[in-house]
Design a protein around this ligand. Structure first.
Ligand code: FAD
Length: 470
C-alpha cells in the first residue's frame, strides 16, 4: 500500500531524495516556504555514524554557494568553520612556491569540511517543524504516472511513499533520473575522464600547519597534478589527480617514494615517508564523471538538482556551488510564478540548463588549465593583461575566474563575456603589434639605419640632460 505523506498545513508535500549537500540545503529552502518536506537518504544519519563514506574530505565554497546558504541563514555558521584561501600557491619542481591570487585583495574562496557542512545542513533542516528526515531509505524507483516512490530499507523491506513533488538530489548516479532516461526527448550524456583521484593527509608540524594555510596549494605537472586544501585541525588534505594507467603502474611503497621524489619532492617530508607508503594504497583511486542532461523536470511531478542534474569534474571548485545555486534559482522562480509547479518546473529547466551545461564545460576546460597552463609564461602574461585591464575598466574586462567564483553572473553569460573579451584583447594586442611594426618600418624607410642611429643617440642625450640643446 502507498503511504501518502500528509502535510500539517494545507501546503503540498515535497519529497527530497538524497540528504547530501544539495538535498539537505534544498530541504531548508522548501521548509522555509512552508511545504511539508520529507527527506529520504539512503545512508544512516551521518551525524551519528563513526565513519562517513563519501567523496572529497574538504571543498572550496565560494560566492554562489554562500548566497544560497545566506538565504536559509546558514552562511555565518559555515563561513566561521571555513579557512580562507586567497590564492593558488604554485609549487614548482625545485620547491619554490609562487602565489597567483584568485581575485582582488579581500576576495577568497573557503576550504570547508564536507562532512561538517552536510551535518550542519541536516540539523538546520531538522529545525523546521514541517521537515522530516528519513534515513536508511534508498530510492529504488518511482512511478511517473502516480508519483509513487519505492524505497528499500536496510533490512530489505520495501516501502511505497507518495508526495506532490519529487526533488531528485541523489547525486551523480541518481536513481530519480533513471525514469527520465525512459522518456522521449530526454538528452543525456556522461563522460568519465581518464584521471582518477586519491587523497592523502599532511599532518601539522609542531602543532602548526605544515605549509602556509591561506592558499590552495597546487603542484601542476602538466599531465597530472596534486592539490592541497587546509583543514581546521591544521592538517592539509592533498588530492592527487592522475591518469588511471599511471596510478596502476605504482604498486609498491618504494615506487610511491620514487614517484614523489621525481615530481613532488617537497611534499615527501611533509606527508611523511611511512604515511605516504601506507596511505597511497589505503583506497583505490576514485573515478570522476561529467554528466549533462536536459530537461531537468518531468511534468509537474519531478525535478533534478545538484549532481543528479549535472555532475561536473571538480577542477573549477563549482560542483557544490552550482548545486547550491540551483536551490536559489528554483526558489527565485517559485517567487515569480507563485509556487505553481506546472509553470515553475519548465521555467527552471529553461533558465538553468544553459548555465549548468556552461559550468560543466568550464570545469572540463579548467581540468587542463590547472595542471598545465599555469606552468606557461604566455598564460601568466595573458592573466596579467586581463588583470591590468580589469583595473582600468572594471566593468568591461573581468577575469573569467572572478565572474565564475565571485559573482552570480549566469554561468553561460560569463562564458559569453569571456569569449568576447578574449577577442577584444587579442585584437587589441594585434593592433598594438601592428602599430609597432608599421611605425618601425616607417622609421627604417624614412631614416636609413645610420641616420636612425644618430637620431636615437641625439634623443637619448637629450633625455639624459634636457638642458643640453645639442
Ligand atoms: P551528493 O553529495 O553525491 O549527495 C547525494 C546524496 O544522495 C548522498 O547523501 C547519497 O547517499 C544520497 N543517495 C544516492 N542515491 C540515493 C538513493 N537511491 N536514495 C536515497 N538517497 C540516495 N564542489 C565544489 O563546489 N567545490 C569543490 O571544491 C569541490 N571539490 C570536489 C572534489 C572532488 C574530488 C569531488 C569528487 C567533487 C568535488 N566537488 C566540489 C563537487 C561536489 O562534491 C558535488 O557537486 C556535491 O557533492 C553535489 O552534492 P549533491 O548533494 O548533489 O550530491
Amino acid at each position: 500500500s502507498t503511504n501518502k505523506r500528509k502535510s500539517t498545513n494545507n501546503k503540498k508535500v515535497v519529497a527530497v531524495v538524497g540528504g547530501g549537500l544539495v538535498g539537505a540545503l534544498n530541504a531548508c529552502f522548501f521548509a522555509k516556504r512552508g511545504f511539508q518536506v520529507e527527506v529520504f537518504e539512503s545512508r544512516e544519519d551521518i551525524r551519528r555514524a563513526k565513519i562517513v563514506k563519501g567523496r572529497s574530505i574538504n571543498l572550496a565554497l565560494s560566492h554562489r554557494g554562500r548566497q544560497a546558504l545566506k538565504h536559509v541563514g546558514m552562511e555565518d555558521t559555515i563561513v566561521s568553520n571555513g579557512i580562507p584561501m586567497h590564492s593558488r600557491m604554485i609549487h614548482s619542481l625545485n620547491g619554490t612556491q609562487s602565489p597567483i591570487p584568485y581575485g582582488k585583495k579581500g576576495q577568497y574562496i573557503l576550504s570547508v569540511d564536507r562532512a561538517n557542512l552536510n551535518k550542519e545542513l541536516l540539523s538546520a533542516a531538522e529545525m523546521y517543524p514541517n521537515a522530516n528526515l528519513n534515513f536508511a531509505h534508498k530510492l529504488l524507483d518511482w512511478n511517473t504516472e502516480t508519483g509513487a516512490m519505492t524505497f528499500v530499507r536496510v533490512d530489505g523491506a520495501k516501502e511505497e511513499i507518495q508526495a506532490d513533488l519529487i526533488v531528485g538530489c541523489d547525486g551523480a548516479f541518481s536513481a530519480v533520473r533513471k525514469q527520465f532516461l525512459r522518456q522521449s526527448r530526454f538528452n543525456y550524456s556522461q563522460t568519465y575522464i581518464p584521471h582518477g583521484y586519491l587523497e592523502l593527509t599532511m599532518p601539522p608540524v609542531n602543532g602548526e600547519f605544515a605549509m602556509k594555510p591561506n592558499h590552495l596549494h597546487i603542484w601542476p605537472r602538466n599531465t597530472f597534478m596534486m592539490i592541497a586544501l587546509p583543514n581546521l585541525d591544521k592538517t592539509f588534505t592533498c588530492t592527487l589527480f592522475m591518469p588511471f594507467d599511471k596510478f596502476e603502474k605504482i604498486t609498491t611503497g618504494n615506487q610511491v617514494i620514487d614517484f614523489f621524489q621525481e615530481y613532488f619532492p617537497d611534499a615527501i617530508q611533509l606527508i611523511g615517508v611511512d604515511a605516504l607508503k601506507r596511505d597511497y594504497f589505503r583506497l583505490p583511486a576514485q573515478a570522476m564523471v561529467s554528466v549533462k542532461c536536459s530537461p531537468y523536470h518531468l511534468g509537474d511531478k519531478c525535478v533534478l538538482m545538484g549532481d543528479a542534474a549535472h555532475a561536473v569534474v571538480p577542477f573549477y571548485g563549482q560542483g557544490m556551488n552550482a548545486g547550491f545555486e540551483d536551490c536559489l534559482v528554483f526558489n527565485e522562480i517559485m517567487d515569480q510564478l507563485n509556487e505553481d509547479f506546472s509553470a515553475v518546473l519548465p521555467e527552471y529547466t529553461r533558465i538553468r540548463v544553459p548555465d549548468d551545461h556552461a559550468i560543466a564545460d568550464l570545469a572540463m576546460y579548467n581540468y587542463v588549465e590547472m595542471r598545465a597552463h599555469v606552468n606557461s609564461k604566455w598564460f601568466l602574461f595573458q592573466k596579467y593583461v586581463v588583470n591590468f585591464l580589469n583595473m582600468i575598466m572594471p566593468r568591461t574586462i573581468i577575469p573569467l575566474y572572478t565572474m565564475v567564483t565571485f559573482t552570480r553572473m549566469r554561468y553561460h553569460e560569463a562564458v559569453k563575456h569571456w569569449h568576447w573579451q578574449n577577442k577584444v584583447i587579442k585584437q587589441g594586442l594585434f593592433a598594438c603589434a601592428a602599430v609597432c611594426l608599421s611605425g618601425g618600418s616607417y622609421l627604417l624607410l624614412r631614416y636609413p639605419p645610420k641616420m636612425l642611429y644618430v637620431l636615437v643617440e641625439q634623443l637619448w642625450t637629450r633625455l639624459q640632460d634636457p638642458k643640453n640643446p645639442s
